[in-house]
Design a protein around this ligand. Structure first.
Ligand code: DX5
Ligand code: ZN
Length: 218
């Protein structure tokens, strides 16, 4: 099963509830929420309050991507906001294993995200503890950037690492996913596709998601 996760980063925030409903009706599987702190990444976006508001507007899983330093300080707030998946960056976290378990203890599904230059070995020993591994295919911080091509090989390596360990972990890809890139990302082994601008800047959300599905064969 391949999963399409529109990133609300590229949505019209003045109509956020309507935008979330629109992608839900258009066939999205998850709603991707990008949280940025202006420290780990050079941009500031939203926090638990907006995640909570998003939770009220949809039944879909909320796939929350924390691009923040010291994520431990905010885990409880995101749990209370009703987040489904909570993904952290080990590059911004001293004790990834502890944080991942804290996320699970709070009733959420933990994920780990890797920047383009971060090797897979950084998450190798927490792989049995997470539900998903998010491979960044752009440098995190902004929507609308160009897909970094060496991500394809990274996804393939990650997929074979997961298989060789006999684990059941989803591979999610985030950044520059569009109609030109999604097929090769899927063939490399990705299970979940985050797309911000390719969906929210398109005139027809349902048409775009439908084309995505036909390109990934699901
Ligand atoms: C980037 C975010 C992405 C972003 C992707 O830091 O993590 O989720 O919204 O945007 P597009 O799909 O436009 O590259
Ligand atoms: Zn993201």
């Amino acid at each position: 099963m391949k999963l399409i996760a529109p990133s609300i980063l590229s949505a019209d925030f003045s109509r956020l509830g309507e935008e979330i409903k629109a992608v839900e009706l258009a066939g999205a599987d998850w709603i991707h929420v990008d949280v940025m702190d202006g420290h780990f990444v050079p941009n500031i976006t939203i926090g638990p309050l907006v995640a909570k508001a998003a939770r009220k507007t949809t039944e879909l899983p909320l796939d929350v991507h924390l691009m923040i330093e010291n994520p431990d300080h905010y885990l409880e707030d995101f749990a209370n906001a009703g987040c489904t998946y909570l993904t952290i960056h080990p590059e911004a976290c001293y004790h990834t294993h502890r944080t991942v378990h804290a996320i699970r203890d709070l009733g959420m599904k933990p994920g780990v995200a890797l920047n383009p230059a971060t090797p897979l070995s950084v998450v190798e020993w927490v792989m049995p503890d997470v539900e998903l591994i998010l491979v960044m295919s752009v440098n995190p911080g902004f929507g609308g950037q160009k897909f970094i091509p060496q991500t394809i090989e990274k996804i393939k390596d990650l997929k074979s690492m997961i298989r060789s360990k006999g684990l059941d972990v989803l591979v999610e890809v985030d950044g520059g996913v569009n109609e030109d890139t999604i097929k090769s990302v899927s063939e490399a082994g990705a299970d979940a596709f985050v797309a911000g601008s390719a969906i929210f800047k398109s005139p027809d959300y349902a048409g775009t998601i439908k084309r995505f599905r036909s390109l990934v064969g699901s």
